[in-house]
Design a protein around this ligand. Structure first.
Ligand code: FAD
Ligand code: PYC
Length: 417
């Protein structure tokens, strides 16, 4: 694997970029692996990377029904933050935020992490009270977050309108300065490259059709479009399709799958210096390095696997954005898309062991799992390697829906559920 450095970039620039070697091979499945991971999104690829790097487990395959990073990893609006309410979430998302800081160096791959700050706007008294509660809870957990007046919000984000007669007047905001964005594809590619360099097979265009179990109940392997693959351990990290895959192993998950949409505008010069989110209006916005405004919407009202999403939601989002940022009124939108997000009843992830020996699951990230990618992957790898919970993922069990020990982040979520 070529190491990226100033020297290698210069050398390849001088030869017209014709001599770069492939970043990961297109592997064919072997008959047997120690670990099979279903889903080559950031979470699955990251788990393979940490399994190889930190636990020395390299006889691993990551299998995807499509191309790697083509699921929600490549469809999200890349917002990274750790300002969740509950202690369990704060630990998990702040662990991820710590890993984001050095991820480019760790992977020798520029994931373009940019800690430009995430500002969550309050538009009503409930928002003000709820966000102030978050600020206090975050600070108790050592997570940076601060309350800003409307005028301070405008200083952070000059395009913001402070019109008092607006349908959604700005009454203040919570700013996490360490939060920001990263380049989503690069995260998948960086982990894929790092995992493949350590011997992991990445198998694309190969749907997993079922999980098979031994007569004693333990996991035996996966049926795929290219035949049966034996595995001592299987980890499922298939986002909106996780419940279907897990159902084939006889494990029912409390998940509902919805389309979540996003859209981008035509590119313009840098005008938007941070990320702004608004729970009340179900809209969030940042500007990509290419100059496009990246705008996120809410989830559809109905469960679906359509990967399109309804137009009325987009219209509502754009109307809200235009009211909060009238300066964008005349911008043209270029394209919209959706991803299928996996939503749990308490809007927190399920990450760890399952009742089936040798079967692990990482799902329920709903509208907010991109930011968790390094943290989820890192702790999932630990759990698969040691067959025990990591102290950080330990509360995120499937069991909690039976015992009632929920981690109820619904109110803290960024978008409509
Ligand atoms: P994915 O990247 O979806 O990977 C799962 C993979 O499993 C897919 O590649 C899929 O092809 C594969 N798969 C499925 N079924 C099978 C099968 N049977 N066999 C083989 N492979 C299979 N989160 C944030 O933190 N911040 C945001 O700003 C944000 N914005 C979002 C905006 C949108 C529009 C969407 C859709 C999501 C957003 N999210 C956001 C959520 C975030 O994208 C996801 O939680 C996260 O990317 C999940 O990563 P993953 O690796 O688990 O899943
Ligand atoms: O979780 O921060 C988030 C988020 C933003 C957009 C979608 N999810």
């Amino acid at each position: 694997m070529t190491k990226f450095s100033a020297v290698s970039l210069l050398k390849n620039a001088l030869t017209g970029h014709r001599n770069w070697t492939e970043q990961w091979p297109d592997s064919q499945p072997k008959e047997e692996y120690d670990v099979v991971i279903v889903g080559a999104g950031g979470h699955g690829l990251g788990a393979a990377y940490y399994l190889a790097k930190e636990h020395g487990i390299t006889n691993v395959a990551v299998i995807d029904k499509g191309w790697l990073g083509g699921g929600n990893t490549g469809r999200n609006t890349t917002i990274i933050r750790s300002n969740y309410l509950y202690d369990e979430s704060a630990r998990l998302f702040d662990h991820a935020l710590d890993l984001w800081q050095d991820l480019s160096q760790e992977l020798n791959y520029n994931v373009m992490y940019s800690n430009r700050g995430v500002l969550m706007l309050a538009h009503n008294v409930h928002d003000v009270q709820s966000f102030k509660r978050h600020v206090h809870a975050n600070r108790l957990n050592g997570v940076d977050n601060q309350w800003l007046t409307p005028e301070e919000c405008k200083e952070v984000c000059p395009p913001l309108s402070l019109r008092k007669d607006a349908r959604y007047p700005v009454m203040g905001g919570a700013l996490q300065r360490r939060a920001g964005t990263a380049r989503h594809d690069a995260v998948a590619w960086g982990y894929a490259r790092g995992a493949a360099a350590r011997g992991v097979d990445i198998i694309q265009n190969c749907p997993v059709t079922a999980i098979r179990r031994h007569p004693d109940g333990s996991v035996a392997g996966v049926e795929t479009a290219r035949g049966f693959i034996r595995a001592r351990k299987v980890a499922v990290s298939a986002a909106g399709h996780t419940s279907v895959v897990m159902d084939s192993a006889g494990v029912r998950l409390p998940l509902e799958s919805y389309p979540l949409q996003a859209l981008v505008s035509e590119p313009v010069k840098p005008v938007f210096p941070c990320v702004v989110m608004s729970n009340a209006v179900h809209a969030y916005i940042s500007q990509s390095d290419k100059g496009e405004l990246v705008i996120g919407s809410g989830t559809d009202q109905y469960t679906s696997y359509s990967q399109r999403g309804g137009l009325p939601l987009i219209e509502h989002t754009v109307a809200a954005i235009c009211e909060v940022f009238p300066v964008f009124n005349r911008m043209r939108m270029l394209r919209k898309w959706a991803g299928i997000v996996d939503v749990t009843p308490d809007r927190s992830a399920i990450l760890g062991k399952t009742p089936v020996k040798g079967l692990y699951v990482n799902c329920g990230w709903g509208t907010g799992g991109f930011k968790a990618t390094p943290g989820a992957a890192h702790t999932l790898a630990w759990t698969v390697a040691k067959d025990e919970p990591h102290p950080i993922n330990a509360p995120f069990t499937l069991e909690r829906f039976r015992t009632g020990r929920l981690i109820d982040e619904a109110a803290a979520a960024a978008v409509a559920h």
